[in-house]
Design a protein around this ligand. Structure first.
Ligand code: SF4
Length: 363
């Protein structure tokens, strides 16, 4: 990931690079008192495949140990994304929350998952997602459960179901409120399916009310916006609307191509060039600046940074609505590696196609 100081600057400095991760590998080994011989699996070279980072019990260093150690040194908690529910009040054309799960786990099962994650990665944080997580009747209880165990809790929601009462009940325990906002234009939102079945959208006025009240209730709660760019919104400029709300981080993703038996979004996929043009139009950057690396971070204003990410494959820890830790690096679907209710989460992380460098560059 590159950090870029302002939207017109042409200079940049690498914040997380292969060499910085290699530096970490070195310090990790010192930290763990390993001999040089055990270092080999975690020296990140350009041409190493993910397979080479899989667990190597004989050498005694695992990906989960590496995550734990880096989290401890950097004081950045490892984050698990808990996708509580596949159902949603919207039906976005680009939605990738299709896990093939109709059932929801019980609150007790999610408590077990949280405990198992904390056992595998002490001090980890949780992002509660969906589908639309506010449809889960136990959303508040689960957020409270995570919070009471000392974990940071965030939520990513389309925001439509947020009421003032919900804010008063939940903002105090949230580290971050994430809003998925792909457009402020009603016509675009309806075309994208980013609306209720009856075509109702979350208006710019309501977004402003929500974010203002969240900040009133908990000034420390960060507001984050996620925008997914596809062919339906690629020509829009929404910078002014984003800056009109108290956003500390705006993440702009290129839509992932995704397909399973009942879903396929290949018709609204955009090219890297179209994605770069969106960034360029919204941030005033040169598309040339975005060519080389997967992700970049810009400063949009004194208080808002913008994260640009082309590809998230292997870049996050995701537990689906069945409680499975899933791998999205194997094909265009989610492949379960372990069930987090009944299995060993640490073992699952070690078998995951997690791109450790990409992972840390994102947090
Ligand atoms: S709001 Fe989110 S979960 Fe719901 S359909 Fe859209 S992308 Fe999927």
């Amino acid at each position: 990931m590159r950090h870029i100081n302002n939207t017109t600057s042409t200079s940049s400095s690498a914040v997380v690079t292969r060499s910085s991760v290699s530096d970490f590998a070195e310090s990790f080994l010192k930290f763990n008192g390993r001999s040089e011989g055990t270092a080999i699996p975690f020296v990140m070279e350009e041409d190493r495949s993910q397979a080479e980072y899989s667990v190597n019990a004989s050498r005694g260093i695992t990906r989960s140990a590496m995550l734990n150690s880096y989290a401890s040194e950097s004081r950045k908690p490892v984050k698990f994304n808990l996708h509580l529910i596949e159902a949603c009040n919207y039906s976005c054309r680009h939605c990738f929350a299709k896990f093939g799960s109709r059932k929801m786990l019980s609150f007790d099962n999610w408590r077990i998952i949280v405990d198992n994650c904390l056992r595998a990665v002490p001090g980890c944080s949780f992002n509660i997602a969906g589908g639309e997580p506010l449809l889960a009747a136990y959303f508040h209880d689960l957020a409270r459960y995570c919070h009471d165990r000392g974990s940071k809790v965030s939520v990513i929601t389309n925001g439509y179901l947020i009421t003032d009462k919900w804010i008063r009940e939940n903002a105090g325990i949230l580290d971050t409120l994430g809003l998925s906002l792909d457009s402020f234009d009603e016509g675009t939102l309806v075309k994208m399916g980013r609306c209720t079945r009856s075509g109702k959208i979350l208006t710019a006025g309501r977004i402003k009310e929500i974010t203002t009240l969240v900040k009133e209730v908990n000034p420390d709660c960060r507001i984050k916006v996620n925008t997914v760019v596809c062919s339906l919104n690629r020509d829009e400029i929404v910078r002014e609307q984003i800056m009109d709300i108290p956003v500390s981080r705006w993440k702009i993703f290129k839509m992932m191509s995704f397909a399973n038996d009942s879903f396929n979004n290949s018709d609204i996929v955009i090219s890297d060039e179209e994605y770069m043009r969106y960034i360029s139009n919204n941030l005033g950057t040169s598309p040339e600046m975005l060519k080389d690396e997967n992700s970049h971070i810009f400063s949009l204003s004194g208080t808002c940074s913008v994260v640009v990410e082309k590809n998230l494959d292997g870049g996050y820890l995701m537990i689906d609505a069945n409680g499975n830790l899933v791998d999205n690096t194997i094909n265009t679907n989610y492949v379960p590696v372990v069930n987090c209710v009944t299995g060993d989460v640490r073992d699952g992380i070690n078998r995951l196609g997690l791109d450790t460098e990409l992972y840390w560059s994102r947090y």
